[in-house]
Design a protein around this ligand. Structure first.
Ligand code: KIV
Ligand code: NA
Length: 258
């Protein structure tokens, strides 16, 4: 699984033979410049979902339910999820949380909207989690994450993202479930893996890199090289060259001048 936020990034998931294309609400920070995923509105999410759906036909299309669209309970969640499917052209939705969202997971899956769970580090709760830190390090937290995984499976989730939890805990959860787990900072023993595409491509070369991110390309550096080169070439008069413009026969131009 890999994230996509727009048409070109979605095309890349399709060409790369990615199984699941996730319109993650990480787009709030990565694509829109917000300081938290909690700023993202449902309408903004739907706009990005539609662009991704136009770009990726083969991967399964899953999107995050934005913060605030499912916390009030199944009724609200169903309204929002129906919009994600109908207007956003998504095939499934992802919800952060455990025990407290089980009713909602039951209602959505019961009505045929596939739900992906997300436990461990929950970015939509970064304030109450005191930041973005590994979860499940002590016995109590580990047990609560493992219980949430089981409960989500029983409630009908088709898969669960495990974010930033110790690898042995993720391995244990994965072997205790029938549905696949998808890890991000959760080790190699998950059924699948996910990364934010911009992280994997290093679109933002500056700034903090989470421990679990691997850079598979240096797109940010290369993109900046292009913009810098363009600006330099225009200022120096090097761009455009004669062959980068359109000619006109001399006789036509002479007549035009007269
Ligand atoms: O928003 C996101 O990109 C995510 C993935 C990293 C799992 O939720
Ligand atoms: Na997310």
């Amino acid at each position: 699984m890999l994230t996509a936020y727009d048409y070109p990034s979605a095309r890349r998931t399709e060409h790369g033979d990615i199984d699941i294309c996730l319109v993650g609400d990480s787009l709030a920070q990565v694509a829109l410049g917000y300081d938290s995923t909690t700023r993202l509105t449902l309408d903004e999410m739907l706009y990005h979902c539609r662009a991704v759906a136009r770009g990726a036909k083969n991967p399964l299309l899953v999107a995050d339910m934005p913060f605030g669209t499912y916390q009030l309970g199944p009724r609200d969640a169903l309204d929002a999820a129906v919009r994600m499917v109908r207007e956003g052209m998504m095939e499934g939705v992802k919800l952060e949380g455990g025990e407290e969202i089980l009713d909602t997971v039951r209602v959505l899956t019961g009505l045929g909207i596939p739900v992906m769970g997300h436990i461990g580090l929950l970015p939509q709760r970064h304030a109450s989690l005191s930041g973005y830190k590994v979860q499940g390090k002590n016995v109590e937290d580990a047990l609560s994450i493992a219980r949430a995984a089981k409960a989500l499976e029983q409630a009908g989730a088709f898969s669960i993202v495990l974010e930033a939890i110790p690898s042995p805990l993720a391995a244990h959860i994965t072997s205790s479930l029938h549905i696949p787990t998808i890890g991000i900072g959760a080790g190699a023993q998950c059924s699948g893996q996910v990364l934010v595409q911009d992280d994997a491509l290093s679109v933002w070369s500056a700034g903090h890199k989470a421990k679990f991110v691997r850079r598979f390309a240096q797109v940010g550096q290369e993109a900046q090289r292009g913009v810098d080169g363009y600006a330099r070439a225009v200022r120096s008069g090097d761009f455009p060259a004669d062959e980068e413009g359109y000619g006109m026969s001399e006789s036509v131009f002479d007549k035009f001048k007269d």
